[in-house]
Design a protein around this ligand. Structure first.
Ligand SMILES: [Fe+2]
Length: 291
């Protein structure tokens, strides 16, 4: 117990853990699918300003399709650059699915390298405050989470997954706005090493289940939160994604169910540098519509 306590205090110096169970991180993922962390660095108000800045970006890009096109062109160019391989994904930039039936959501995938790439190759972006303000807010927000990912990998004995020249975990920050018409059908697994649910304007809409060989709708529930969202703290959840299965760490399936309201959320994804995902067979996921 003493060892476990010391471990958690050492690995998450910026955060206070939910409770100091004498259970390893791997076992906690197996039992509940997640761990809750108290975030005293960035209270809910930090995310409120992120969502205000995201709304300003959405409004600007929807009113100025030329800029949306320019941003898309920058993304296409970025995913052909060598920096892309650091993230092992092609998800970057703005995804407006507000008019797509069922999806009804708008998301931005932010990364440091994408931000730097845009600033150096497209100087005109520096003059558009809606874009630059949003980028700078994302840059500040993602900073504290690198350590959580590094220490979680270390605790699981998989620290080599982040080894690269920089030695830093590649982080994608996803900011998402679900519209009232959004509907949910099936849960999913994240294509990440770890996902960190940093904030949401409606935590109850996120349901998850620990990984099992057979999953039904009833396995999914909203994790009880020990740390509420207040002006001094926020509750964040860490879950494993599909990129750790070779180490027998299985991903946590999850779903954001519809709540017929506008909902914002922020998630930090830890990716695996220079990695080609392997073909893996995971448990099939239940259809929530048939429930
Ligand atoms: Fe997800």
């Amino acid at each position: 117990m003493v060892i476990q306590k010391t471990f958690f205090l050492l690995i998450f110096p910026l955060f206070a853990f939910q409770s100091m169970y004498a259970t390893s991180l791997a076992d906690r993922f197996k039992q509940t699918g997640y761990v809750e962390i108290c975030n005293e660095e960035q209270p809910a108000a930090t995310f409120d300003s992120l969502y205000a800045s995201f709304d300003a970006l959405i409004e600007f890009l929807q009113a100025n399709p030329v800029w949306a096109q320019k941003l898309y062109g920058a993304k296409e160019r970025f995913i052909r650059s060598k920096e892309r391989n650091y993230y092992s994904t092609d998800f970057f930039g703005f995804y407006d699915e507000s008019k797509r039936e069922g999806r009804n959501q708008i998301a931005f995938y932010y990364s440091n390298h994408f931000h730097e790439f845009i600033c150096s190759h497209y100087p005109e972006f520096n003059q558009t405050s809606a874009i630059i303000n949003f980028f700078e807010t994302c840059l500040e927000i993602q900073k504290p989470y690198e350590n959580i990912f590094k220490e979680a990998a270390s605790e699981l004995g998989v620290e080599t997954i982040f080894s690269s020249k920089s030695g830093r975990p590649p982080i994608l920050l996803k900011v998402i706005k679900y519209l009232p018409s959004y509907t949910a059908t099936r849960p999913h697994y994240d294509g990440t090493a770890f996902s960190l649910f940093l904030d949401s304007t409606d935590n109850e809409s996120l349901l998850l289940s620990p990984y099992k060989s057979s999953l039904t709708v009833d396995d999914f529930s909203s994790p009880p939160r020990e740390f509420s969202q207040r002006h001094i703290q926020n509750s964040i959840l860490l879950i494993p994604g599909i990129l750790l299965t070779e180490f027998s760490i299985f991903p946590t399936p999850h779903i954001v169910i519809q709540n017929c309201k506008t909902r914002y959320a922020t998630i930090a994804f830890a990716m695996r540098p220079h990695y080609t995902p392997q073909k893996i067979e995971l448990s099939p996921l239940p259809n929530f519509n048939k429930h």
